[in-house]
Design a protein. Structure first.
Length: 155
């Protein structure tokens, strides 16, 4: 496979996963599988939640794509699976490490994108305020607010 096509496949899979995550968060996690997701909205310091089952569910397609792609000689399936896996890793670092601090590391890491995206996710967790279903991309108003806040601080 041509190397730049492989990179494009990884990037396309990674970027597509934000839509998959948004859709499944809104219609599956806050829908018929709310029973598994609701404990995530109860922040009581537990290290493991029923919501963690979704990590296994989302890892399965990635594993299958990677496995069958390797078996077929590192064809396109491998690179799709790698993109999904990279999204999963990014989600874990952002959501579980940075936002909810389930692993106490990287807590001093901060920039405009992170502050805006974390604020959007925390708004999602407010009681009866179920919106902002994305994970790595928040609604534009959060970035605009963060940018405006920084401009005011610099003047």
């Amino acid at each position: 496979m041509i190397w730049y096509f492989a990179i494009l496949l990884v990037m396309a899979a990674f970027l597509s996963m934000e839509f998959v995550a948004w859709f499944s968060h809104k219609y599956v996690m806050h829908g018929f599988l709310w029973i598994l997701h609701k404990d995530h909205h109860i922040r009581d310091g537990r290290k493991f939640e029923w919501n963690d089952v979704f990590a296994v569910i989302f890892a399965l397609p990635s594993f299958l794509f990677i496995y069958t792609g390797i078996y077929a000689g590192f064809d396109w399936k491998f690179y799709i699976g790698a993109g999904i896996a990279l999204y999963g890793l990014s989600y874990f670092v952002f959501h579980d490490v940075l936002v909810h601090a389930r692993l106490p590391m990287l807590q001093k890491l901060s920039n405009k994108y992170l502050r805006a995206t974390i604020t959007a996710h925390m708004d999602h967790h407010k009681p009866n305020a179920y919106y902002n279903y994305g994970f790595l991309i928040a609604p534009g108003k959060y970035y605009k607010e963060e940018w405006t806040k920084n401009k005011k601080q610099n003047h």
